[in-house]
Design a protein around this ligand. Structure first.
Ligand SMILES: NC(=O)c1ccc[n+]([C@@H]2O[C@H](COP(=O)([O-])OP(=O)(O)OC[C@H]3O[C@@H](n4cnc5c(N)ncnc54)[C@H](OP(=O)(O)O)[C@@H]3O)[C@@H](O)[C@H]2O)c1
Length: 289
C-alpha cells in the first residue's frame, strides 16, 4: 500500500494522477486534512483517510497498513518541524517501511529561509531509522508563471532575482519523479537534487514572455525590500510577500540553480522547457477569460 500526504494539494493530486497510470487505485491511500475535498479521489477507487499533521491522534490510524509513504512537506511554514515529527513518529509506530520526503534543493547547504525546516525534517528522517529517500525539489516553474497576468497588465515582470539562474521545473515533473520513486525499487538512502534541465534568469523569462505575446515586457529587478513592499501593496499576505522576495534574493545568489539533471534521469525524459511552461500558463490565462 502506498500512502500520499497532501493528496488534495496541487503536487499531491498530480502524483496520484501519475500513480494511477501505473498501479491499481486500491493500492493507494490519499491522506488528507479534509476528506470532503477528496470525494473525486474516492470515486476513482483511492482510499481516503483523514490525516492532519497537527493532530497526532489522526495519524496512527491513517498510516495503518501502509508500506510506503510519500511525505509531501506541509504548507504551514513555521509549524512544519513539529508537524513532520508527528507524521514520522506515526510512521514508525505503524511499521511503515519506506518514506519519500519532498525536501528543498540542496537543503543542507541552501541559504534559503525555507531550508531550515527541510533540514530538520531530513535529520528527523535520518534519526527515525526508517528507509527513506530525499526528493530535494527545486522551484516550481508555476511560482513564476503565476506572475504572468500582472506582467501582461503592467508590461513588466518584477523580481529580486538579479542575474541568478533558476533551474525550475513544472510541478508535474516533480510529481512524475515522486511517482517513479514510489513505484520502483532501489531508492532507499538516495538523495535526489531535482531541478529543471534548462535554467533561465528572470530577464530571459521576460524575453520569452515578450516573444510569445508580441508585447514588450521588461524585467525590472528591485531590491528585496522594495519588491516585498510592492507585493504587500498588491494585497499579498505578509508571509507570502516575504517568502517570494527573500526566495528571489536567494535565487540571485544561485540558490535555485542546479545542473545535475537528476530530475530528467528519474523521469526518463527532459523536464518541461521554459517556453512550454510559459505557453501552458498563457493557455490557462486565455482560457480563464
Ligand atoms: N518547490 C516549490 O517551488 C514549492 C513551492 C511551494 C510549496 N512547496 C512545498 O511543496 C509542498 C507541495 O506543494 P503544493 O504546490 O502541492 O502545495 P499546496 O497545493 O499548498 O499543498 C499543500 C498540501 O499540504 C496539505 N497540508 C497543509 N497543512 C497540513 C496539515 N496540517 N495536515 C495535513 N496536510 C496538510 C494541504 O492540505 P489541504 O489540501 O487541506 O490544504 C495540501 O494538500 C508544499 O506544501 C510546500 O511544502 C514547494
Amino acid at each position: 500500500m502506498i500512502a500520499i500526504t497532501g493528496a488534495t494539494g496541487q503536487l499531491g493530486r498530480l502524483v496520484i494522477e501519475q500513480l494511477l497510470q501505473a498501479t491499481a487505485a486500491n493500492q493507494l491511500i490519499a491522506l488528507v486534512r479534509d476528506p470532503a475535498k477528496a470525494v473525486d479521489l474516492q470515486e476513482k477507487g483511492v482510499q481516503v483517510r483523514q490525516a492532519d499533521y497537527s493532530q497526532p491522534h489522526t495519524l496512527d490510524a491513517a498510516l495503518s497498513g501502509v508500506d510506503k509513504l510519500l511525505l509531501i512537506s506541509g504548507s504551514e511554514v513555521g509549524q512544519r518541524v513539529s508537524q513532520h515529527r508527528n507524521i514520522i513518529n506515526a510512521a514508525k509506530n505503524a511499521g511503515v517501511q519506506f518514506i519519500a520526503y519532498t525536501s528543498l534543493l540542496h537543503a543542507q547547504q541552501s541559504i534559503m529561509g525555507l531550508a531550515d525546516e527541510h533540514r530538520q525534517t531530513e535529520d528527523m528522517l535520518q534519526q527515525s531509522g526508517i528507509a527513506h529517500v530525499l526528493l530535494r525539489n527545486g522551484w516550481y516553474s508555476e511560482n513564476y508563471t503565476a506572475a504572468i497576468p500582472s506582467a501582461l497588465q503592467f508590461n513588466a515582470l518584477l523580481g529580486s532575482a538579479g542575474a541568478g539562474k533558476i533551474a525550475s521545473a513544472a510541478r508535474a515533473d516533480y510529481a512524475a519523479a515522486a511517482a517513479a520513486v514510489m513505484l520502483t525499487e532501489g531508492h532507499a538512502g538516495k538523495v535526489y537534487e531535482l531541478a529543471g534541465d534548462t535554467a533561465y534568469t528572470l530577464a530571459e523569462f521576460a524575453t520569452e514572455l515578450s516573444k510569445q505575446t508580441g508585447k514588450t515586457i521588461a524585467y525590472n529587478d528591485l531590491p528585496e525590500a522594495e519588491y516585498k513592499k510592492i507585493l504587500l501593496e498588491a494585497g499579498l499576505p505578509e508571509g507570502l510577500a516575504d517568502l517570494l522576495a527573500s526566495s528571489d534574493a536567494s535565487a540571485a545568489k544561485g540558490a535555485l540553480f542546479d545542473d545535475s539533471h537528476q530530475l530528467s534521469q528519474l523521469i526518463g525524459r527532459e523536464s518541461e522547457s521554459l517556453a512550454t511552461s510559459i505557453q501552458r500558463a498563457l493557455g490557462e490565462v486565455n482560457a480563464a477569460h
